[in-house]
Ligand binder design. Structure first.
Ligand code: NAD
Ligand code: TDX
Length: 332
């Protein structure tokens, strides 16, 4: 049994991880989350009070971070500003949280000699051509495109430096696009599902040919637990489930699964600097650590996610109008 500090545990992937840990292990969990617009305490409803505690605070605040890190065995670091479109509009919070926040955590785990796992993204590698058979590996050079991905790349490099220079016991994982319950409606899949529920036509950036490599958030959680258990200190592991799809196909599948004509969507202004294609080769994680994803059927996982949004309108409704007003102001 271990005590885990999970930063960003009220966000999409962090809350999925907290549920996964409490369901599948005997670890205790403390969540540190600032509750920005992206955090939602309702995502942590119903967790056992004897194994779970929530603290509202900023990962860039050294006082709160130092006290919490001192009381746990390991830190799993999910907290971030996570949305590319927001980073194009206002990059500053991305620097504060993703760079200074990660630095603050690294100094605390260094002082207290605690295990650290850093959650990152495949976007640090930039993008691939649509017709390129290659996928990202742990050896692909860093080449981030957006303010978001460049701050994630910066945070990864800080972790590597703290391992090498100070002997911090850290691992890093870079995962592809996640889907599942508790994802904010600003993101692609929940935006389109909730649009259809509200009678709004889905919005596809540009021609919709951009490819993302989808993985269910629960598979991301099992991979992170595997790395915490058996990962080699100082190593990076790519997490992916062979789920490449272009955005047009995903929108059409959402519409079909929701009983609408497959072409009932609009093309809108493309994202500036829009990465063409992400694709993960997760051979290292599968071969060295024996991990395998459980959600191999994207259509079934998507159908379950649609049901979740249909059944949990109270969770997303308060944020929907504001998100759509923001996108409308950008022609998206
Ligand atoms: P999210 O935006 O849904 O959640 C982020 C959480 O962090 C929120 O609860 C927010 O309140 C909290 N937070 C933000 N700033 C904070 C601060 N300064 N101090 C404390 N808490 C703060 O993000 P997500 O999609 O769940 O992503 C989680 C992590 O996974 C991020 O590090 C992201 O880069 C990474 N990641 C995401 C994806 C994806 O598909 N969403 C894929 C790969 C990697
Ligand atoms: O309305 C939309 N229409 C659309 O076509 C939105 C919101 C997005 N898109 C496109 C842009 C992308 O090609 O869909 C794709 C997915 O967009 P996002 O959900 O914004 O995700 P992405 O930019 O790919 O980044 C996600 O995966 C990697 C996460 O948000 C990041 O945190 C993670 O690092």
């Amino acid at each position: 049994m271990a005590r885990l500090l999970v930063t960003g545990g009220a966000g999409f992937i962090g809350s999925n991880f907290v549920h996964h840990v409490l369901d599948h292990t005997d670890h205790d969990v403390v969540v540190l989350d600032k509750l920005t617009y992206a955090g939602n305490l309702a995502s942590l409803d119903g967790l056992p009070a004897d194994r779970f505690r929530f603290v509202q605070g900023d990962i860039a605040d050294p006082t709160v971070v130092d006290e919490l890190v001192g009381g746990v065995d390991a830190v799993v670091h999910y907290a971030a500003e996570s949305h590319n479109d927001n980073s194009l509009h206002d990059p500053r919070p991305f620097l504060d949280t993703n760079i200074i926040g990660t630095y603050t955590l690294l100094e605390a785990v260094r002082r207290h000699e605690k295990r650290f796992h850093h959650i990152s993204t495949d976007e640090v590698y930039g993008d691939l051509e649509l017709d390129d058979p290659a996928r990202f590996t742990e050896h692909t050079p860093y080449n981030p495109s957006s303010p978001y991905s460049s701050t994630k790349a910066g945070s990864d490099l800080l972790v590597r430096a703290w391992v090498r220079s100070f002997g911090v016991q850290a691992t890093i994982s870079n995962c592809s696009n996640n889907y599942g319950p508790y994802q904010h409606v600003e993101k692609f899949i929940p935006r389109q599902i909730t649009n259809v529920i509200r009678g709004i036509r889905p919005k596809l950036y540009g021609a919709g040919e951009n490819v993302r490599d989808w993985i269910h958030a629960d598979d991301h959680s099992s991979a992170v637990l595997t790395i915490l258990d058996r990962g080699v200190i100082g190593e990076t592991y790519l997490i992916g489930a062979d789920g490449e799809k272009n955005n047009k196909d995903v929108v059409e599948l959402i519409l079909t699964l929701m009983g609408q004509p497959a072409d009932a969507y609009d093309h809108v202004t493309d994202r500036a600097g829009h990465d063409l294609r992400y694709a993960i080769d997760s051979t290292k994680l599968r071969t060295d650590l024996g991990w395998a994803p459980q959600y191999s059927d994207f259509e079934a996982g998507l159908a379950a996610t649609i049901d979740w949004y249909r059944n949990n309108e109270a969770w997303w409704a308060p944020t929907k109008d504001g998100v759509e007003a923001f996108y409308a102001s950008k022609g998206q």
